[in-house]
Write a protein that binds this ligand. Sequence first.
Ligand SMILES: Cc1cc2nc3c(=O)[nH]c(=O)nc-3n(C[C@H](O)[C@H](O)[C@H](O)COP(=O)(O)O)c2cc1C
Length: 217
Amino acid sequence: MTLFEKIRCLLTFGQGVALPLPELSADTTPTQLFEQWFNDAKKSGVLLPEAMSVSSCNADGQPSSRMVLLKDYDEDGFVFFTNYASRKSHELNDNSKVALLFHWNVLQRQIRIEGTVEKISRQESADYFHSRDRGSQVGAWASKQSQKLKSDNELKERMSHYQEKFSQGEVPHPEFWGGWRVKPHAIEFWQGRANRLHDRICFEQKNDSWSQHKLHP
Ligand SMILES: Cc1cc2nc3c(=O)[nH]c(=O)nc-3n(C[C@H](O)[C@H](O)[C@H](O)COP(=O)(O)O)c2cc1C
């Protein structure tokens, strides 16, 4: 079987096999449904089920997207970690409006999240930073994320410099590195169904409570 045939087989596997959206009660929160779907994605064997796209906008309104890893979530939002001097962080500082996207193709599921970002506390960022492997901690110091690389050697030299500098004891948590929390105000769950008659359910937050409605596919 060719790679293309295998991929098509996986994609059509969901057709008609995928379950419809569960019946939701009026007080189901999108976080509860997210948890069910995220657990399904983890069980499905998808590589990096926590990978999600983050879209930000620059001052001209030009959107840009990139993948990051979801590290935490609860009713307050969805957390990822990055360099606070990176392109995405500059854009999020200037414009806190943000969109996240998950796609788990074997499950024929997509989740779209729209909201605003805020930085998590220094302590939370430091705790997570120190839970990472040492190489990633030193790498965070070495990388001037999103800046132009002067030469191929620049990064290697910076990595060697910080490996030596932090050869003893704990690697300090850099000021310029930490987490963003995406506080959602709209979340859409998309379940692929046969004949392109997909299920879409949207949650919208108004006055601290969530309303639900469905959309045509
Ligand atoms: C699967 C995947 C996961 C990633 N996870 C992260 C992450 O958690 N944090 C991060 O800063 N970059 C992550 N990256 C790299 C980003 O996609 C991106 O290249 C980097 O953050 C710089 O983006 P920016 O220049 O737009 O700020 C990941 C890339 C991939 C493909």
